[in-house]
Design a protein around this ligand. Structure first.
Ligand SMILES: *Cc1c(COP(=O)(O)O)cnc(C)c1O
Length: 414
């Protein structure tokens, strides 16, 4: 993994130069495009925009509609589209170990859209190649997977199969997988979409492809594997040497990575990546007014989103990002060591920054004071802490002090 770190001046220069290669609504004669710059009453060109590359792109409002790894896309905004292609290259090749030119992808609205795009592609593949009915296709996932899997299966008219996990290890129960897949076959499911999580939202738990797929293969010949790294994509590959859920593993066909979580990009920056030969199955041939056709769920999308990801990646460089992640996982280690000392039960994957504390070990008062998040608000069993950029050692220590006082009081009463 190695991408460069650039100085703020160099980043600014490169973004402005990309913008210069786009069609400019203010300077050129443009009559046919159904797009324009942002409303000038509200977002007029102020002198400070000369310094602010991201805001300048936002105001110029380039449309990145289409899929630029696949075809040339709208030719009007090729400058900023090139930077999107560089973002996809870094994510696919450097972070998720894909070979050059072996993937397609785009910057989607978020992890939800990227997960649905994956299901959409695979459902259509099964329908076109195997004459499948949507009701013969199912998506299978751990019960800790993100709820967007249900949105996708609901929209696409396919079945959803949630597999139970062990309460403490959060690992998929292979017996339950075996049982549910046997049932699914009996009820007419012939094609599977396997949805593995590279960091579940609540626990940060990471699925294991080999054990899951060994059961799948016993029952199904036709399946695709999608990796949901919406949360973990910008942390796990930097903290762990495992490449199980990357393109290095031939079983993996597509990946979701959110830049608007760990990477601190603005919302609207979910990244979808898949191997070549798949995105065609989400092509809308009727998109005849879009140059290069459309392969995405969202249609029009802001080029500024892709640029924001590129700017953050270049601000850190791969080395800098590895250090940033190390600081966060070190802080999470510190939290866990202290929880161990206090005898508090929790779940944590060592390459992640999420700690889910057993509900019995933390009071209502502390949950409120520190805004901990429940696994399930109807019946909370776990409350989680996520060490993001705003979480300081001071804040963690303050929580630990309060927790210690609470536990000492609890045990002295017994
Ligand atoms: C947040 C998240 C999603 C959904 O992403 P949005 O960007 O909110 O649409 C999907 N999967 C996982 C694992 C997530 O953490």
């Amino acid at each position: 993994m190695h991408w460069p770190q650039l100085s703020p001046e160099s980043i600014r220069e490169k973004v402005f130069s990309a913008l210069d290669q786009n069609l400019n609504y203010s300077k050129e004669s443009i009559l046919g495009l159904p797009g324009t710059f942002l409303d000038q009453g509200q977002f007029h060109y102020s002198p400070f925009l000369k310094e602010a590359a991201f805001l300048s792109v936002l105001v110029n409002n380039p449309n990145h509609i289409g899929c630029h790894t696949y075809s040339k896309g709208e030719r009007y905004f090729s400058g900023t589209q090139k930077l999107e292609i560089d973002v996809l290259r870094i994510c696919a090749e450097e972070i998720f170990s894909a070979k050059p030119d072996s993937y397609d992808g785009y910057v989607a609205t978020g992890g939800t859209e990227a997960n649905i795009e994956a299901q959409w592609i695979y459902r259509n593949f099964f329908m076109q190649k195997h004459n499948a009915k949507p009701s013969e296709v199912a998506v299978v996932f751990s019960e800790d997977a993100h709820y967007s899997v249900y949105k996708g299966s609901n929209l696409l008219g396919i079945e959803s199969i949630a597999i139970k996990v062990d309460f403490e290890t959060r690992k998929v129960l292979l017996d339950d997988l075996e049982e549910k897949l046997t049932q699914a076959k009996t009820s007419g499911i012939k094609y599977l979409i396997v949805h593995l999580s590279l960091g579940t939202t609540i626990f940060g738990s990471v699925d294991d492809s080999a054990s899951f797929l060994s059961v799948v293969k016993n029952h199904f010949k036709h399946y695709f594997v999608h990796v949901d790294a919406a949360f973990g994509g910008f942390i796990y590959p930097f903290a762990s040497s495992s490449r199980d859920l990357s393109f290095e593993n031939p079983e993996i066909s597509s990946v979701t990575i959110d830049a608007h979580k760990m990477l601190q990009a603005p919302y609207g920056t979910g990244i979808f990546l898949c191997r070549k030969g798949l995105i065609e199955f989400a092509q809308t041939e009727e998109a005849s007014y879009v140059h290069g056709s459309d392969f995405t769920l969202c249609g029009s999308r802001s080029g500024a989103n892709a640029i924001s990801i590129w700017m953050i990646l270049m601000t850190y460089g791969s080395e800098g990002w590895i250090k940033t992640i190390k600081n966060l996982t070190d802080l999470t280690d510190h939290l866990c060591e202290n929880l161990d000392d206090l005898g508090v039960k929790y779940f944590r994957n060592p390459s992640m920054n999420i700690v889910a504390i057993n509900a019995e070990d933390v009071s209502e008062a502390l949950i409120k004071k520190y805004h901990l998040v429940a696994d399930n608000y109807h019946d909370p069993k776990w409350w989680k802490i996520v060490t993001m950029a705003h979480v300081t050692e001071k804040l963690i220590n303050s929580f630990l002090r309060d927790l210690k006082i609470e536990r000492e009081a609890k045990f002295s009463l017994k």
